[in-house]
Design a protein around this ligand. Structure first.
Ligand SMILES: [Zn+2]
Length: 128
């Protein structure tokens, strides 16, 4: 990977970090402003689900921020764009869409297969 490519990934990651930090900050404000319960029960319910949604989004943003920081650290360490599992280079096209990627397409696919419940276990229900 060229220094120029690394620089452009770092720029993308830094922009993502600024954006995500902003989003996190405004969600903190949204939660702080949501003090005081409205008298109507339906309003309360919708406020509650809005609050849960905000908390969920915050958790996702927090995780994204962590992944961005780790990616920037890998750039610093000269380990950026190398698959964690097989040590091969991650395709530039993949990094362009997902600059925080730690796995090549192949290994990512293998991990997703692992997470899927196995077909054998499911078909066991139908064996008599
Ligand atoms: Zn791999």
């Amino acid at each position: 990977m060229t220094a120029q490519m690394l620089q452009s990934y770092a720029a993308t990651l830094n922009a993502m970090m600024a954006h995500t930090t902003d989003k996190l900050r405004s969600s903190v404000d949204a939660l702080a402003n949501a003090e005081g319960l409205p008298p109507d029960i339906a309003d309360r319910a919708s406020m509650e689900s809005g609050r849960n949604f905000t908390l969920l989004m915050r958790e996702r943003d927090r995780q994204a921020l962590e992944a961005i920081r780790e990616a920037l650290a890998r750039i610093e360490a000269g380990e950026y764009g190398i698959c964690e599992d097989c040590g091969e280079n991650i395709a530039p096209a993949r990094l362009a869409v997902q600059p925080m990627a730690t796995l090549c397409v192949h290994c990512q696919g293998l991990r997703e297969e692992d997470r899927r419940p196995s077909v054998d276990a499911a078909s066991g229900f139908f064996q008599i």
